[in-house]
Design a protein. Structure first.
Lengths: 109, 232, 116
């Protein structure tokens, strides 16, 4: 962990703290209302707001989780720095792709 | 009580030692060496809590054995004593502290003068924020307890450790010092202050009541600003 | 045998750090599954709807509350770290860590109670 990785991890953490709060409230609201898939998608489809919100969330979590995984790998696994960094980056890319796909799935009209 | 015998490999051996009033763990170790087994190796010097040489792992916690009363740590009269963690064992209760001091150097924990004898002495106000910060962290006597207690030292071979970074923080706050560019660079690198997870074992166990977690947090802020300004 | 004696690793702050790391790992493992589930909507509402109905089962709802707990404890623990690292030092870290865990549990249990 160096200053550059630290900056990005703390930055994405700070960005995500309010996003998580909103997300938990949204989930609570949706489950309490017993919303169906149709109800949810009616709200998200074509919404620039939801696209921006969850788009930002996906990018931030991919960076944050990637750096976190890198730390865990270097500290708790026998992997050296370089392979750990590559594995962590691959995981971050996976999250980015799957996350972008998920956002597209609920937001595209 | 059981004492670690051997080097990196070895075993805990049991000894029976008379329990007395006002007995320290160091008294007990000394008793073993003088009366039961003269081949036991251990370190001490001042015996009065000033030098830090007698630090060992006592019932799982690194402590100064001369300042640890048996009555406060021995559960039902049992004591388990081993060498400090995170350092190679030379023999029995004595460890090789070279890595600890090497990291001190790598963290640039040495003062770099910025004035010569021909110039006036720098005036420092003792109540300036920087001096207060430096004074709060300055009393480290390199006993190694924080280093032994630190999980991140155990998990990350590059990590400079709480003592070295704590000292670097005091120098970062010393207005007389001229070596901060190199120092912040060392703290900002891999294995520097950013590896700290703030478990605070160092702060909990420091016999001088120092707070390396807070010092390292200060270093994190300073290196971050230096990085954003392109200085590291 | 080797010398390791780690029996002091039981304090509140060490447990807090362990919970923070393990919750992060659990969330990281959960996320791809979460994204794949949402991605079902690409094929229209029906696949997502049938998943939502499947997740109505009590055991799944329990699992979802557990996930909310893990998320909240990770975020609140992280906020505590951001405070340590960016604001002047404050004592009482053990209390803050305990409050963060308790608050997360309350929120997760609240969610669980309200949806049953």
């Amino acid at each position: 962990m160096n200053v550059r990785l630290y900056l990005w991890q703390r930055l994405t953490a700070a960005v995500m703290a309010p996003l998580v709060l909103v997300h938990v409230i949204v989930i609570f609201y949706a489950t309490r209302q017993g919303m169906s898939a149709a109800d949810i998608l009616a709200r998200t489809r074509g919404s620039v707001a939801w696209a921006s919100f969850y788009g930002l969330f996906v990018v931030a979590v991919a960076v944050h989780a990637g750096i976190g995984i890198r730390n865990v790998l270097t500290e708790w696994s026998p992997l050296e720095d370089r392979p750990a960094a590559i594995l962590a980056s691959a995981f971050a890319v996976l999250l980015l792709i799957l996350g972008a796909r998920a956002v597209a799935a609920v937001v595209l009209p | 009580m059981s004492l670690w015998r051997g080097a990196q490999e070895g075993r805990y051996e049991t000894y029976k030692v008379p329990l007395r009033d006002n007995q320290t763990v160091l008294d007990v170790v000394t008793f073993v060496q003088r009366h039961l087994d003269p081949s036991l190796s251990y370190r001490f010097a001042c015996r009065v809590g000033m030098c830090g040489s007698c630090a060992m792992t006592v019932n799982g916690r690194p402590r100064w054995t001369c300042r640890t009363h048996v009555s406060s740590v021995a559960k039902s009269g049992r004591l388990k004593i081993g060498p400090l963690e995170n350092l190679p064992v030379i023999k029995d209760l004595a460890t090789d502290m070279r890595a600890f001091f090497d990291k001190w150097q790598r963290a640039k924990g040495a003062f770099v003068p910025s004035r010569s004898r021909g110039e006036d002495v720098e005036r420092i106000k003792p109540d300036s924020a920087a001096r207060i910060a430096a004074d709060a962290a300055i009393e480290c006597i390199n006993c190694g307890i924080c280093y032994a207690a630190c999980d991140t030292v155990r998990w990350n071979g590059d990590y400079l450790g709480p003592a070295a970074l704590n000292r670097a923080w005091t120098l970062v706050n010393d207005v007389r010092d001229g070596g901060n560019t190199e120092r912040l660079r060392a703290a900002a690198a891999s294995g520097g202050c950013h590896a700290c997870h703030s478990h605070q074992s160092c702060q909990e166990l420091c016999p001088q009541q120092l707070n390396p977690t807070a010092s390292i947090a200060g270093l994190k802020r300073r290196t971050l600003w230096a990085y954003l300004r392109g200085e590291v | 045998m080797t010398v390791r004696d780690l029996s002091h690793r039981q304090g509140v702050l060490w447990i807090a750090a362990l919970v923070h790391r393990l919750s992060g790992l659990a969330l990281a493992i959960f996320l791809p599954a979460h994204f794949l589930t949402l991605g079902l909507a690409i094929r229209g509402e029906a696949p997502l709807e049938s998943f939502l109905r499947w997740s109505d089962q009590p055991l799944v709802k329990l699992g979802e509350s557990a996930l909310v707990f893990l998320l909240m404890v990770h975020v609140l623990g992280g906020v505590r770290l951001l405070v340590i690292e960016n604001l002047p030092w404050r004592d009482g870290q053990k209390e803050l860590a305990t409050i963060a865990a308790a608050l997360s549990a309350v929120i997760a249990l609240f969610l669980l109670a309200r949806i049953f």
